[in-house]
Design a protein around this ligand. Structure first.
Ligand SMILES: Cc1cc2nc3c(=O)[nH]c(=O)nc-3n(C[C@H](O)[C@H](O)[C@H](O)COP(=O)(O)OP(=O)(O)OC[C@H]3O[C@@H](n4cnc5c(N)ncnc54)[C@H](O)[C@@H]3O)c2cc1C
Length: 546
């Protein structure tokens, strides 16, 4: 009889029957791994409700193609890796919560809401003193721009569902956001208007491609002949595409793209450079972006929206919908699992205990978190080697319209160290003019070595060099970067050459009772919807095995 599960649950974990749940009504005999007969109770009604709930989730994703291999059941099997059993001489610690969710970004909050809906006692803890993670409306900057997660796609089924459920309103911003505003190009030190680009001597393309504007190079040329086109969203994980897990510049050269074009494509890459990002990273990115083209729109026919009042209202509403208040300022420094209970230690000395943990900490930040038992093998390598794209934003108030002085377009796209300076679209006509320098990828690395004042000084000086009319017309407001504090890793995970093959199928594996989520673990979607997808998957891992 030893090692035999009770017949209702998926198996045993660390000596405990996994279907054991407090506050239940029926009793079953269950034999644990250690050979002890335990009386466990199971609430059949809860199980039935969960089954309905899982069917409901599949419905919520309607419109997205979810292959059989990606259904929650199949996914949970691959993610279900047991940690080595721990034997303690001390009295076992009692879990104070069913579940602790670490991180109050979209992925953590979505997992928390789904788990609470299923009757679990859930406590969310967050390292920063604010909610939302990479959804962050800059309320102190004129026009309240979004620092990160900005555009909500029509195909964001889970996110749209949550926005609607929580009674928030969405609106369509200036068509396509910043991308459709006219840019003034500064290439090799020369100003070129969008109109003049086609015939300009610095235009490196031929034929009809000469009409393509430089800020469109990366997305258009990368997606051309994309081998993933017409394939399901998770096709990038299939071994047949490992041949594209090579440096993106190498892939582009093999397609006949010339060096000057590759250099211009490099300007807007967030990764460490074209040589440092896997072609599969870029092919997948544009595959996801274009997957719903012509198939899904909002009822008003638009493709993108934002939340009225700022996207930060969503994580706020999600947190408010929870029974337990989210605990802010709780930077997790360690996890210890013993006898099926996870102890979560925070930098302020506080501790939480739970039967299961959902961890949405960005993967590179996990380098600074201790695990007992230690994380080993492929997951450990992924934590050590994965990286996030970088960017830094320097926000300014524009005290006088400098573009009226020199008569050129306001927005600049450059191949120099400043990369882009954009005058922000106003959300309200009464907003004062505000602008930001947005520098990403390798050019932003140097800012790691500067404090905020130094970043401002650097940006102002570079701007004055290439656009003298800006001198004295900018007032410093704020430096923002998703990696300038200990809780952020950068903008979003990117796969370096060879990493898709090595790690992409391991990111979702749990470490004992710790279940990882976050956009870096999503396999179908990216961005904010990727965060929702990953939170849903982590919640399902727990629900299906409860
Ligand atoms: C500049 C930029 C623009 C973007 N634009 C878009 C867009 O237009 N559309 C789109 O869909 N997506 C966009 N994204 C991506 C989107 O914002 C993210 O994919 C998504 O918000 C990630 O959510 P998450 O829950 O996975 O991670 P996060 O939001 O990073 O959540 C992780 C949470 O964990 C917390 N944390 C970290 N370490 C600890 C610790 N040790 N202890 C406790 N808590 C900790 C963090 O503070 C954070 O709150 C953009 C991102 C950036 C940077």
């Amino acid at each position: 009889m030893v090692n035999q599960p009770c017949g209702l649950c998926a198996g045993h974990k660390n000596g405990l029957c996994r279907c054991a749940k407090e506050g239940t009504t029926r009793r079953f005999n269950c034999v644990s791994k250690r050979g002890n007969t335990r009386l466990i109770r199971k609430n059949i009604a809860m199980k039935t409700n969960r089954r309905k709930f899982i069917q409901g989730l599949a419905g919520a994703s309607a419109g997205l193609i979810i292959p059989a291999s990606c259904t929650p059941k199949a996914e949970s099997k691959t993610a279900n890796v047991e940690a080595p059993a721990i034997h303690s001489k001390n009295k076992p610690v009692k879990a104070s919560h069913d579940i602790v969710v670490v991180g109050a970004g979209l992925s953590g909050l979505h997992a928390a809401m789904l788990l609470e809906e299923q009757g679990f006692d859930v406590q969310v803890i967050e390292g920063r003193n604010r909610l939302g993670g990479r959804v962050y409306t800059l309320n102190d900057v004129p026009g309240k721009p979004e620092a990160a997660g900005e555009f909500i796609g029509a195909n964001y089924a889970r996110m749209r569902n949550t926005v609607e459920k929580l009674g928030l309103e969405m609106y369509t911003p200036d068509a396509g956001g910043g991308a459709n505003r006219p840019w003034l190009y500064n290439i090799k030190g020369e100003y070129i208007t969008a109109k003049n680009w086609e015939s300009h001597k610095f235009n490196p393309l031929e034929g009809d491609d000469r009409t393509l504007l430089p800020h469109r190079y990366l997305s258009t040329i990368s997606h051309r002949d994309n081998p993933l086109q017409g394939k399901p969203l998770n096709a990038w994980l299939e071994p047949e595409y490992h041949q594209y897990d090579i440096p993106h510049d190498q892939y582009l050269r093999s397609k006949g793209v010339n060096e000057e074009t590759i250099k211009l494509m490099n300007v807007i890459i967030h990764a460490g450079g074209m040589h440092n990002t896997s072609a599969m990273n870029e092919l997948r990115r544009y595959h996801v972006m274009h997957f719903s083209d012509g198939k899904t729109t909002f009822p008003d026919g638009t493709g993108w929206k934002m939340i009225k009042g700022g996207n930060s209202l969503l994580p706020q509403a999600m947190a408010e919908s929870m029974k337990n208040e989210v605990h802010l300022g709780k930077t997790v420094i360690g996890f210890k699992e013993e006898d099926g209970v996870v102890q979560v230690s925070c930098a302020d000395g506080s501790e939480y205990t739970a039967k299961q943990v959902v961890c949405s900490i960005p993967i590179t930040v996990l380098k600074n978190v201790t695990f007992e038992p230690v994380v080993q093998g492929v997951t450990k390598d992924a934590i050590n080697e994965m990286d996030y794209g970088l960017s830094v934003q320097a926000h300014f108030l524009i005290t006088e319209p400098f573009w009226e002085q020199d008569g050129m377009d306001a927005n600049m796209w450059t191949d120099g160290p400043l990369e882009r300076f954009a005058v922000r679209t106003k959300k309200d006509p009464s907003d004062p003019d505000a602008g930001l320098a947005f520098i990403n990828g390798p050019e932003s690395l140097k800012f790691r070595l500067m404090n905020d004042d130094q970043v401002f000084t650097y940006v102002e000086n570079k701007l004055a060099e290439i656009r003298p009319s800006t001198k004295g017309k900018l007032k410093r407001i704020m430096i923002q970067s998703c990696e300038r504090d200990i809780h952020g890793a950068g903008d979003w995970v990117y796969w370096q050459p060879g990493q898709v093959k090595k790690y992409a199928n391991h990111m979702r594996k749990n470490h004992g009772n710790i279940h990882f989520c976050g956009e870096h673990t999503a396999i179908m979607e990216r961005g904010m919807e990727g965060a929702f997808e990953s939170g849903e998957r982590a919640a399902l891992d727990i629900i299906l095995n409860a």
